[in-house]
Every structure is written in C-alpha cells, then in structure tokens.
Design a protein around this ligand. Structure first.
Ligand SMILES: Cc1cc2nc3c(=O)[nH]c(=O)nc-3n(C[C@H](O)[C@H](O)[C@H](O)COP(=O)(O)O)c2cc1C
Length: 323
C-alpha cells in the first residue's frame, strides 16, 4: 500500500513536518510504502484557469504537478494533507496544488470517468494552528473535503492541534505520538491482508495496465495490485486509454514501469503474465498464472476492445477463484 503525504509548511523542521513524519513512520511500521511531497520545494505553477482541463481533461501547464504529483495521487491508497493554518486555511503553496487538481475534478465530473482506485482511497488531514478558536480549522476542513472528493479519496479522519506556535510545540505535545499511531492503524487497516498481485506484460503500456485497472476497480478490497513490463515503454498506449474510457475507466497519469521496480516495491503473492515472453518474472514462493493474450498495440480499435474485454473476463474469473 502506498501512503502519499503532501507537506504544506514552508518552515523547516516545524510542527507540520514533525506531525507528518510521525504519521509516515507509523504507516511504515504498519507495512506501507510512503512518499512525501514537500510542496514548498517543488516547481508548482498556480492554476491559470485556461479551462483546458474542463474541456479536454488535462492541464497544459508543465511542472512538478504534472510530472510528479498527478501520477503519485493516482497511485496512492492513502493521501495525507498536512498544513499549518495560514489565515484560516492551508498554506498558499499547498492550495496551489489543490487548485491544479481541478484536472481530477474535471475528469470526474465533466468527462464522467472513474479512477480505478476510487473504491479504496482514503484521506486524512493533519493540521496545526497557533490560536485556540472554535472555527480555527473550518476553512481548511472544507477545502480538504472538496480536494479529497476530486481525487476520489474518502475523507476519513483529521488530527488538528490548537495552540501550536513555536517550532517545537508539536514535538512536545503530550499525546501526539499515541494519537498518530491510533489514527494510522485505523486508516490502514482495510489495506492490510490483501492478496498482492502483479500483472506483467512486455511494455506495461496496454495489457498489464488494463488488467491492473480492472482488478483494482472490481476488487480493490481483495487485491493490492501492481503491474510492470519486461521492456517498459515511455508512456501508456493512447489507444488503450480510449478503449478503457469507453468502459468509463480513467487511465490517465499512469507511467509504465519495469517488472523489477514493480517487484521491488511490493513482492507479489501472485504473478499473472501476459506476453512478457522469456523475461517473465520468477519470484520464489509466488503463485504463477499465464494468460495467452495477443499484443493489441498498433492494431485496429476493435482488436484493442476485444483484448480489453477478454482481460476484464479473466479478471472477473480470477476474483471468483480467489474468493
Ligand atoms: C502567514 C501566517 C499566517 C498564519 N495564520 C494563522 C491563523 O490564521 N490562525 C492561527 O491560529 N495561526 C496562524 N498562523 C500560525 C501558524 O499556524 C503556527 O505558527 C503553526 O504552528 C506553524 O506551523 P509550522 O511550524 O508547521 O509551520 C499563521 C502563521 C503564518 C506564518
């Protein structure tokens, strides 16, 4: 399982950083892989309201949001928003990321596409503020709620601390370690004990991407899915994206990866191969399954659709068998 943290404070070694790193450590102790994006250190252009995303589903701005943050948010099982209160909301740096996620909002509500991770993804908010007023976290809560909705994450919990101002106040808080450990355990529970399945093909651009997406979409509560290729392509196949869109499934922001990197992230219990040939992986102890599927790359749309439908059927059968 992958936990992605968005670190929104510009203060080095301050309260937010402490809170987020404590949470990430607790997640790792529970078996998660973690990735922290310090948004204050990234090249992030605020939304320019070109409205391209609302018409076409993508943002034309080329920066770290496009190349790093969108793909990570799509891979994440859990997203952690961490920010100090700045004028009753998150910091401007973090808000810039949230605004750029209008692209996800547009894909969901305008293009009516569903992220395969939709059923499982969860979100948690970690926040600190100097004052103690009742409404201190209201603005931040609302912004976070709508952000989580756009990225298909269920807003599960928040840990918010008032009266935190000096840079070490959070580290000296009497109950923070216990609060975080409890929250992490509750949040990660549904992701534990799932069967780890690797779908492998040659380029990780078509077949294994479709298989992974169907498995995640149809049985994300049973399978922890990954996919890889023996010779990964530079990008996923645009014709495959179109064929999956016909099914209402959103394949945007996916990046092909090698089988080695898929395995190193997550040793699989089951490997399903489909055309990686000689280079199909062998992991000691992992169950193996081979699906004899032709490579649809470069073939007419109907060929791609037929392979897509066969993969969907195979995944449905696999879910039945593994119940
Ligand atoms: C620009 C700015 C705006 C702030 N606005 C608020 C505010 O509206 N309410 C509040 O209680 N604290 C406010 N604070 C205080 C911070 O939330 C507080 O010091 C927090 O502990 C900083 O966390 P950090 O160490 O993670 O950066 C503000 C601080 C700054 C620098």
């Amino acid at each position: 399982m992958l936990v992605v943290g968005l670190q929104g404070s510009p203060r080095r070694k301050g309260n937010t950083q402490f809170l987020l790193s404590t949470f990430m450590q607790a997640a790792e102790d529970l078996g998660a892989r973690t990735s922290v994006i310090d948004v204050t250190q990234k090249e992030i252009v605020p939304c320019k309201e070109y409205t391209v995303c609302e018409k076409k589903g993508y943002c034309p701005i080329e920066d770290d949001v496009k190349y790093e943050i969108y793909p990570l948010l799509r891979q994440a099982d859990v997203v952690v928003v961490a920010s100090p209160i700045f004028f009753y909301n998150m910091t401007a740096q973090l808000k810039a990321v949230v605004d750029r996620c209008q692209t996800f909002w547009a894909r969901k509500y305008k293009l009516k596409l569903k992220d395969p991770g939709a059923g499982m993804r969860r979100g948690i908010l970690l926040a600190v503020g100097a004052t103690k007023g009742k409404n201190l976290f209201e603005g931040l809560n609302l912004t976070t709620q709508y952000f989580f909705d756009a990225i298909w994450a269920k807003f599960e919990n928040s840990l918010t601390y008032r009266g935190i101002e000096g840079s070490k106040d959070m580290a000296n808080h009497p109950s923070v370690i216990e609060d975080v450990a409890k929250a992490a355990e509750r949040l990660l529970k549904p992701f534990q004990g799932r069967k780890k399945v690797l779908f492998a093909c040659r380029e990780n651009a078509c077949r294994s991407q479709m298989a992974g997406a169907f498995a995640q979409y149809l049985a994300g509560d049973k399978f922890e899915v990954t996919n890889g290729g023996s010779q990964p392509a530079d990008q996923v196949n645009p014709d495959m994206i179109k064929a999956m869109h016909e099914k209402g499934i959103d394949m945007a922001f996916r990046v092909p990866q090698s089988i080695e990197s898929a395995i190193s992230n997550n040793a699989p219990d089951l490997i399903v191969t489909m055309g990686c040939g000689e280079e199909c992986p062998h992991v000691p102890g992992a169950q193996m399954l081979d699906w004899d599927l032709p490579d649809p790359a470069g073939k007419p749309p109907d060929f791609m659709r037929a392979v897509r439908d066969e993969i969907e059927n195979n995944v449905k059968n696999l879910i039945k068998e593994l119940k």
